[in-house]
Design a protein around this ligand. Structure first.
Ligand code: HEC
Ligand code: HEC
Length: 366
C-alpha cells in the first residue's frame, strides 16, 4: 500500500468511527432534547458522549501448556544470563518504572553499545497483527524475540543462539520449567522464543479509566478528561491514527500502519535520516514513516517517539497537534490543528486516563 492509500484507509476508519459515534448519540441521549436555541451544544456534538469502544479481550487459541510456557517465558524475560555479556535482560529496556518502555532516548544494548531507536511500550503487543518494531520488520512476537536476543539488544549474535539456548537449558532450575512447557527438558532457540512470546501476550492493558468510561462508568473520567477526549476524537483528529480502543490503528490492521510524522527529519541531511518503514518495503512513499504507537500508558513512558526526541508528554502532544516537521513525505493528516493551550492540556489530561494499572512481577529466577 502507498502512504496515500494508508492515509485514506486511516481517514476512512476515523470517519467511519465518527459517524458511528454520531449515530450512537443521536439514538441515545438524543438530539431532540437540546435543539437549536437551547444554549448548550447538543450532546451529539460531543464525541466523548457518543458510543465508545472499550478494549476487547485478547483471543488466543487453546493451548493446555500455555501457563507453563508463560512461567518459563516470565523467568527468561527477566534473566540477564540470556544476554551475551550477562549485563541485560529483556526487562532491562522494558521496565515497570518506564511504563514497559525505555528511559533512555535511544536504547543502549549489551556491551553498552547504543542501538538506533527508543524502546517502545510493550503493553498489548499481543494484539498486534504482525508489524513488530517501529518499522514493522518482524512478523511475529517469536521472530522479534529472536532478533532482540541475537542482535544488539542482548548481544548474543545470531550464530550463537543455539549454544546459548543449551547453556540456559543446562541451568538445573530451568529443566522442570522446560519440561512442563514442552514435555521434555531440552532447551532450544524455538522453545525459548515461544515462551518469551507467550509471556508477552500476558501484558494486557484493558481496564484503564477510559475503558471504564467506555463501558458506561461516566464518573471514570473527569470533566476535563472528557473535554480532552472531545479534542482527541474531534478537533485534534488524533483518533484517525491513534484509533480507540487500541489507540493505534496499527494494532487493528494486518501488518501494521506507518506514517511519516516528520520525527527525526528536522534540520537533517536526507541521507542522515532514519528511513524507517522504507527499509522494509523499499517504497519511497514509506520514507521516514514509523508505526503508529499505542497511546496506552503514554503518560508514564517519557521520552517519546522512535528517536526519544520529545522529553515530555506535552512536548509530544504539541508536536503532533500544532506543527509536525514539514518534509517531503509528511502525512497529510498531520496539518496544524491550531489547538489552544487549554485544549492541549485537556488532551494531556485525557491521555492520563490511559494509564495501565498493572506491573510485571519480578520472578524468582531458577
Ligand atoms: C537494549 C535494550 C533492549 C533490550 C535488552 C530488549 N529490547 Fe525490546 N526493544 C528495544 C528497542 C530499542 C526496540 C525498538 C527497535 C526498533 O524498532 O528498531 C524494541 C522493540 C521490542 C518489541 C516490539 C514492540 C512493538 O511495538 O513493535 C518487542 C515485542 C520487544 N522489544 C521485546 C523484547 C524482548 C522479548 C526482549 C528480550 C529477548 C527485548 N525486547 C530486549 C530495546 C530493547
Ligand atoms: C497521521 C497519523 C497520526 C495522527 C493524526 C496523530 N498521530 Fe501521534 N503518532 C503517529 C506516529 C506515526 C507516531 C510515531 C512517530 C515517530 O516516532 O516517528 C506518533 C506518536 C505519538 C506520540 C508518542 C508516543 C510514544 O510512545 O512515543 C504521542 C504522544 C502522540 N503521537 C499523540 C498524538 C496526538 C495527541 C494526536 C492528535 C493531536 C496525534 N498523535 C495524531 C501518528 C499520528
Amino acid at each position: 500500500m502507498t502512504l496515500l492509500s494508508l492515509a485514506l484507509a486511516a481517514c476512512v476508519a476515523g470517519c467511519k468511527k465518527k459517524s458511528t459515534e454520531g449515530a450512537g448519540s443521536a439514538t441515545g441521549t438524543g438530539a431532540g432534547t437540546s435543539g437549536p436555541g437551547t444554549g448548550a451544544p447538543p450532546p451529539a456534538q460531543r464525541p466523548s458522549q457518543g458510543q465508545l469502544q472499550a478494549m476487547p479481550a485478547l483471543a488466543l487459541p487453546d493451548d493446555p501448556a500455555r501457563d507453563a510456557k508463560i512461567a518459563l517465558g516470565h523467568a527468561l524475560f527477566f534473566d540477564k544470563r540470556l544476554s551475551g555479556d550477562g549485563s541485560r535482560s529483556c526487562y532491562s529496556c522494558h521496565m515497570n518504572e518506564n511504563g514497559l518502555g525505555g528511559a533512555d532516548p535511544i536504547a543502549i544494548g549489551a556491551g553498552d553499545k547504543p542501538l538506533t531507536r527508543h524502546s517502545p511500550v510493550l503493553w498489548n503487543v499481543g494484539y498486534m497483527k504482525g508489524g513488530l518494531y517501529w518499522d514493522g520488520r518482524s512478523a511475529t512476537l517469536e521472530e522479534q524475540a529472536k532478533a532482540a536476543w541475537g542482535g544488539g539488544n542482548l548481544g548474543v549474535g545470531a550464530d550463537n543462539l543455539e549454544a546459548k539456548a543449551k547453556e540456559m537449558g543446562a541451568i538445573a532450575g530451568y529443566k522442570p520449567l522446560f519440561k512442563a512447557a514442552f514435555g521434555d527438558d531440552a532447551a532450544s532457540v524455538d522453545r525459548i522464543v515461544q515462551a518469551l512470546a507467550e509471556y508477552e501476550r500476558t501484558m494486557v492493558c484493558a481496564d484503564t479509566a477510559y475503558d471504564k468510561f467506555a463501558r458506561g462508568d461516566k464518573a471514570a473520567l473527569t470533566e476535563e478528561q472528557q473535554r480532552g477526549l472531545d479534542v482527541f476524537l474531534g478537533k485534534g483528529q488524533c483518533s484517525a491514527c491513534h484509533t480507540p480502543p487500541h489507540f493505534s490503528i496499527a494494532m487493528q490492521v494486518e501488518g501494521g500502519v506507518y506514517f511519516n510524522a516528520g520525527v527525526g527529519t528536522a534540520g537533517k541531511d536526507e541521507a542522515a535520516v532514519d528511513v524507517g518503514r522504507m527499509k522494509v518495503t523499499t517504497n519511497a512513499s514509506d520514507w521516514a514513516a514509523f508505526k503508529v504507537p499505542s497511546l496506552r500508558n503514554v503518560a508514564r513512558t517519557a521520552p517519546y517517539f522512535h528517536d526519544g526526541s520529545a522529553a515530555t508528554l506535552t512536548d509530544a502532544v504539541t508536536y503532533m497537534s500544532n506543527g509536525a516537521a514539514p518534509n517531503k513525505n509528511l502525512s497529510a493528516l498531520l496539518g496544524n490543528k491550531n489547538l489552544t493551550a487549554s485544549e492541549t492540556s485537556e488532551l494531556v489530561s485525557f491521555l492520563n486516563s490511559l494509564d495501565c494499572a498493572g506491573t510485571l512481577a519480578e520472578p524468582k529466577l531458577p
